[in-house]
Every structure is written in C-alpha cells, then in structure tokens.
Design a protein around this ligand. Structure first.
Ligand SMILES: Cc1cc2nc3c(=O)[nH]c(=O)nc-3n(C[C@H](O)[C@H](O)[C@H](O)COP(=O)(O)OP(=O)(O)OC[C@H]3O[C@@H](n4cnc5c(N)ncnc54)[C@H](O)[C@@H]3O)c2cc1C
Length: 387
C-alpha cells in the first residue's frame, strides 16, 4: 500500500522497520497480556540510537528533526507496536534542547544519547485542574540553593521506567500574576533521588498497558540549578514539548491507521462468507476506503506541522489539527478493522482489540478533541474564548 509519506526519509523508515521486525506482534501481545514494559524493545531502540534522534550531534545524538522522529514513531505503531512506551523521551528532549542551559544540556544529553539515562516523563496534569493547566496547585518555592516542591499530579507516565522527569509547578501564586499563564516554571527532577525522599508514586491500573501514575510531592527538595530557563516562563516552554508531542502522536495514530487498514484489507480479502470474500461487499469496502482517505489526509497535515516545527516557526494550530485528524482517522480505521473481523476482532491473538484500545487513548490524551476544537475556534478563527 503506497501512502503519502512513504517517500520521506526512506533510510530511517527502512531501518526502523527492520528493527521492529525483530519484535513481531506476538512480542507486543505478550507484553500487553503481562501488563509489562517492553524493556527489550525500548533497549533495542536506544542501542540503535533512535531514542536520541532529537539530540544534537555535539551532544552525541543523531541531530535529526521532528519530521524524522515522527517517522520512527509511525513505524513502531505501523509494525504492531505501541510508541506510548517510549515517545516521552522524544518530546521531552525538545524542551531540554530548546530551553535548557548549556550546562544542563552538557549534563544530561550525552548520557541520554548513550542510553545511560532516560528522560521519559513529563509531569503536567493534576486532579484538581484537569485541562485547565494554569490552575495547577503544585508549587515550587525557592529556599536557599534548593526548590521545595509540594503538591500532586495524576496520569504521569513512564515514571517507573525513567530517570528524569520534566515537571511543571507554580512558582508565583495565581493571584499575584498579570496573566494566568505566568508564574509557572519547569524543572528537571532526578527521579532516582526523589522517589522515597519527598516524592511518592502510586500506579494507576488502566485500559491500555500504559505505565502511568499518581505522584505526591511532600517537601521534595531539588537543586536550584534544576530550573529550566527563566523562572515564571515555564508555560511557554512546556508548549514546545506539547506541540512536539501532538505531532509525534499524530504520526503514531497514522501508523496505527495504516496497520488497521492493512490488517482488515487482508482479512476481508480472505474471509469467505456467503460463498465470497466479505471484502467484495461494498458495505465492507467503503468504511475501509473511507478511513484510508482520512488517514492519508491527516498525514498531509502531519507533514505540514513537522515542516513548521523544524523551521522553528509557530505551529500550534497545525500540531493540534494534525493530532485531531490523525486520532479521529485511526479511530475510524480501528472501528472498521474490529467490525469486519467479526468475532475474531475480539480475540487477543489477532492483535486488533489491543491496538483498538491503544489508539482510543488519543481521543482524550494528551489533549482531548474538544480542547483542540476550542483552540482552533479561538486562536485560528478568532471566535470568543469559551473558557
Ligand atoms: C493513559 C494516560 C497517560 C497520560 N500521560 C500523561 C503524562 O505523562 N503527563 C501528563 O501531564 N498528563 C498525562 N495524561 C493526562 C492527559 O493529558 C489528560 O487526561 C487529558 O489532557 C485530559 O485531561 P483530564 O483527564 O483532566 O480531563 P478534563 O480536563 O477533566 O476533561 C474531561 C472531559 O471534559 C471535556 N472538557 C473539559 N473542558 C471542556 C471545555 N471547556 N469545553 C469542552 N469540553 C471540555 C474534555 O474534552 C474531556 O473529554 C495521561 C492521560 C492518560 C489517560
């Protein structure tokens, strides 16, 4: 099946595809059934240098752009895997590379590139604030040469498989700032020092095999130099990572979409009912063809978002729209895939039900479809702000 982005970065695509071939669907199925972490897979990606794609060459990385990184994520999902186990390192890297000091870049990036450290976690969401990020209540207060952190986060992923986390906390109370997006700062938290010494972690059992947690901060102390960039500007910095995250997740959904379409097309061509392949019926063909058209269209917006991001240009609208279109298209493809597998779509050994659960997440996280619509209405179309 020829698709929109196939001709872009063919060497990367071929190399990641070859690596993924060593981890067939049975591997990912086993990991899912055991609620385990795909450690061997992430280790293989790290050893091959793919997890350091966005680290500049002078710090030991590959020095690639978001477009190339998105191909890596797409190929993982297209092979039947789930980039959710490791995509955090990709988008967190963009925050550290663009906004970290030279000292921070030297301290962390070479060790991450060498696979000695993992930067897989980003702590933004809180139970009390939800999507209204500026209302977060986790605080960081400067005391001498330390920041002292108190508060709570929820849904913070990959903490148990990461050494470092980028944390968003309020450093100036909301009632003392001119704009509510001011007074927030971001920090690097070394989880190896923090867990058990002011940070406690409670795993959340969830629908996908996604390692995600509640975090409780009680007088956690971190060194003053772990502040990233300027104090109070963290909301602006975190948007760099959030836009990268949206584009990468769009690429993952596109990978999922093609996986579902390949899988259901093959099945519908083989499965005989009423003496002919089910795929001969237009009632079966059309939803598959429609979801393919939608994945292809979403893919075009993904490349546009990558182009703007890599040029350092504003890309909030395109990153959000790519994520919206891709998550919707992969979900439609997932529905067609499970529907036309009939009962077998529900059998774990076909992998459809696993991928169906995995791709459903992206309607809600990292940003829900409603909030993307609100963003486009307000920031692109100039409609009155709704909240
Ligand atoms: C598996 C998983 C992993 C995650 N990993 C991370 C992570 O690593 N780091 C992190 O910081 N966060 C993480 N999240 C959190 C995720 O980003 C949030 O769940 C998501 O942004 C939605 O926020 P919420 O759950 O608080 O929903 P809420 O903000 O409570 O919203 C609930 C629903 O109401 C709708 N809604 C809310 N306000 C409006 C409005 N004004 N107009 C219309 N509709 C509205 C939303 O669309 C949504 O569907 C993860 C979540 C999950 C499920």
């Amino acid at each position: 099946m020829q698709t929109v982005g196939d001709e872009a970065h063919p060497e990367i695509r071929a190399a990641v595809r070859a690596l993924c071939a060593g981890f067939p669907p049975e591997y990912h199925r086993r990991v899912d059934a055991g609620r385990a972490y795909p450690e061997a897979f992430v280790e293989a990606l790290t050893r091959a240098g793919w997890m350091a794609a966005l680290i500049p060459e002078q710090y030991g990385g590959a020095g690639l752009g978001l477009a190339e990184a998105s191909v890596i994520m797409e190929e993982i999902n297209r092979s039947g895997g789930n980039s959710g186990a490791c995509h955090g390192q990709m988008y967190n890297m963009t925050t550290l590379v663009r906004h970290g000091s030279e000292d921070q870049r030297r301290r962390y990036l070479p060790a991450i590139a060498a696979g000695e450290l993992r930067l897989q976690s980003m702590g933004v969401t809180e139970p009390g604030a939800g999507t209204d990020t500026t209302r977060i209540r986790t605080t960081a207060i400067r005391r001498g040469d330390r920041w002292v952190i108190n508060g709570q986060k929820v849904w913070i992923s990959r903490i148990q498989h990461s050494d470092l986390m980028i944390l968003l906390a309020r450093t100036t109370p909301l009632d003392q700032v001119a704009k509510k997006s001011e007074g927030l700062s971001i920090f690097i938290v070394d989880l190896r020092d923090a867990i058990g010494r002011g940070l406690s972690v409670r795993p959340i059992a969830n629908m996908v095999n996604h390692e995600t947690n509640e975090l409780f901060f009680d007088e956690l102390e971190i060194p003053a130099e772990n502040l990233i960039g300027e104090e109070g500007q963290g909301f602006r910095y975190i948007l760099t990572g959030l836009n990268a995250e949206r584009v990468l997740i769009a690429a993952e959904c596109i990978g999922d979409g093609y996986w579902f379409i390949d899988k259901v097309s093959a099945y519908a061509s083989e499965r005989q009912v009423f003496g002919r392949p089910i795929g001969q019926n237009q009632g079966v063909q059309f939803p598959i063809a429609e979801s393919f058209i939608e994945v292809e269209a979403a893919n075009l917006m993904r490349w546009e978002a990558c182009r703007l991001y890599d040029a350092g240009r504003p890309c909030g609208a395109q990153a959000n729209m790519a994520k919206y279109l891709a998550a919707k298209a992969s979900w439609e493809a997932a529905n067609a895939c499970i529907q036309f597998h009939g009962g077998f779509g529900f059998a774990a050994e076909y992998d459809v039900e696993r991928k169906f659960r995995e791709t459903r997440l992206y309607q809600v996280a990292p940003i829900s479809t409603n909030l993307i619509l609100a963003y486009v209405a307000e920031h692109v179309l100039g409609l009155p702000r709704s909240f």
